[in-house]
Design a protein around this ligand. Structure first.
Ligand SMILES: Cc1cc2nc3c(=O)[nH]c(=O)nc-3n(C[C@H](O)[C@H](O)[C@H](O)COP(=O)(O)OP(=O)(O)OC[C@H]3O[C@@H](n4cnc5c(N)ncnc54)[C@H](O)[C@@H]3O)c2cc1C
Length: 466
């Protein structure tokens, strides 16, 4: 009978001894907290002895966000699909979401900086913009609620605690984790939700393949120029240097993700918020040639930058051929200290499982954010892994064994691989100004934009709607 495989706590948690768990999750990011919440709310898995370990000081910031949310929306914001939202609702997290800080939007307008070719994706509730910390905070509150209702094991959440070493127990072959607080934990199943540099993946000696895009994703929280119309449109301009995305937040706020090569990122980082704001407005409208010139001004003579941009935008806005509705409103304010940059890369682990190991979210795969899919892929991993664990548990299998984990790997590897490939191709197709490719992509986009059933299919893929 399976239960005899299940562990019990050997001794007091705080003493420097080895305790034994059924499941240990490393990482309190969106993937780790979703997994913990899904396990704790699963009627089948909820009583397993489970610990989540996070290296950063997470709990205080999640409590503070929940009880006293900051004035401005955070710089780390993601677009989640209806499928991810349904999953968060199913595992109970959505009960604790800060509704006034999310924005559901119905369309994305994309446009090409060279040919001007446009594509519009419209569908009711296409996706929802939400702060990463809003997701983490709701999941944490949900875990607390589930713990309060627990009759057996509570899920233990250790924050401000780094996993500094993982080794294999020579007798049981189970992983033993050494923590920064001096304690050790042995576990039947170790799940790495520990991000791109995953220590769990390294311990399991699973190769991760991919490449850097040689791009930085520059993010900021911005406010559009005041306008009565409620905006729930996402804008994405494909520049040959990378994409400029302005995604809607409540009350005319928006989230910027601007991918640029390192040399441009360095120039942008030297600008103050006012200059940076003008550069965003320029990048949303002006030609590639003008932008190249403006980067030079920004680098060498930044005092002149704002006047240069104002002058060029005035000419652009007054051209009768330019319809203001074809472009996002101009940015009027950038939230202080909301600017940050992240390296963009593609990676996919050769396997998401090993004996006693599973990888989830960015620990397993990372993608270019241009299609807003990274976190959504992680949510799909969590759903699949929990279903796999439930089935193996019901069948009396050892949930840490590779054979029990196999369905998770076979369910998730191919869809993730396909999505990584699609996003990579989009990045490559739009990163060139080579005329035949510009012509082909513009022709293709114009055709697609006018063929409803193909567009419907693409919307379905973006939003994962059934
Ligand atoms: C600019 C940008 C925009 C994006 N936009 C979108 C979007 O619109 N939609 C979307 O779906 N995705 C988007 N993504 C991707 C998304 O942000 C990530 O896929 C997601 O946050 C990954 O979550 P995770 O929990 O897997 O990993 P992480 O958030 O990286 O969490 C890993 C956690 O593990 C912890 N950890 C690591 N090592 C240890 C250790 N040794 N001990 C203890 N703890 C440890 C870390 O502290 C961290 O908290 C975007 C990404 C970027 C960079």
């Amino acid at each position: 009978m399976f239960r005899r495989y299940l562990s019990s706590t050997a001794r007091n948690w705080n003493s420097a001894v080895t305790t034994t768990n059924d499941i240990v999750i490393i990482g309190g990011g969106p993937a780790g907290l979703s997994l913990a919440s899904a396990i704790k709310t699963s009627p089948i898995l909820k009583d397993l002895k489970c610990t989540l370990i996070e290296g950063n000081k997470l709990i205080d910031s999640l409590e503070s966000y929940y009880n006293n949310p900051p004035e401005y929306i955070d710089k780390r914001v993601v677009s989640i699909t209806p499928t991810s939202m349904d999953f968060l609702k199913k595992i109970g997290g959505w009960d604790y979401v800060k509704h006034d800080r999310i924005e559901t939007y119905d369309n994305i307008h994309t446009y090409d900086s060279i040919s001007g070719a446009k594509m519009e994706f419209d569908s009711p509730e296409l996706a929802t913009m939400i702060e990463n910390i809003n997701i983490q905070s709701m999941l944490y509150q949900n875990i607390k609620r589930a713990n309060n209702e627990s009759t057996e094991n509570e899920l233990i959440l250790l924050d401000n605690t780094k996993v500094i070493k993982i080794e294999e127990d020579p007798h049981s072959e189970w992983p033993i984790l050494e923590l920064s607080n001096g304690n050790k934990i042995k576990t039947r199943l170790l799940i790495g939700c520990d991000g791109y540099n995953s220590p769990v993946r390294k311990f399991a000696q699973i190769e991760s393949r991919g490449w850097s895009y040689n791009r930085w994703g520059n993010v900021a929280t911005c406010k559009y120029r005041d306008n009565e119309i409620r905006l729930s449109t996402g804008w994405q301009r494909f520049l040959t240097t990378g994409t400029l995305a302005l995604l809607p937040l409540p009350n005319n706020w928006c989230s910027l993700v601007w991918s640029v090569p390192p040399e441009i990122s360095n120039i942008l980082n030297k600008l103050n918020d006012e200059q940076f704001k003008f550069m965003i407005n320029a990048a949303a409208k002006l030609s590639e040639g003008e932008l190249k010139y403006l980067y030079q001004i920004a680098d060498n003579d930044s005092d002149k930058l704002i006047d240069e941009i104002k002058w060029r935008l005035e000419i652009f806005n007054n051209k009768p051929t330019n319809n203001s509705e074809d472009y996002p409103l101009e940015i009027e304010f950038i939230v202080p200290n909301s600017r940050a940059k992240f390296p963009l890369k593609l990676s996919n682990a050769d396997s998401y499982i090993e004996d006693r190991i599973a990888l989830v979210g960015d620990a397993a795969h990372t993608t270019n954010p241009l299609a807003g899919q990274g976190l959504n892929m992680g949510q799909a991993d969590v759903k699949s892994l929990v279903e796999t664990l439930e089935k193996s548990y019901m069948r009396g299998l050892d949930i840490g064994s590779k054979i029990a984990l196999e369905p998770y790997w076979s369910d998730r590897y191919l869809p993730n691989h396909v999505m990584l490939g699609i996003v990579d191709k989009i990045h490559k197709i739009y990163s060139t100004d080579f005329t035949p490719i510009v012509w082909a992509r513009s022709f293709g986009v114009n055709v697609l934009n006018n063929v409803p059933f193909i567009k419907d299919f693409m919307v379905q893929q973006i939003s994962h709607k059934d």
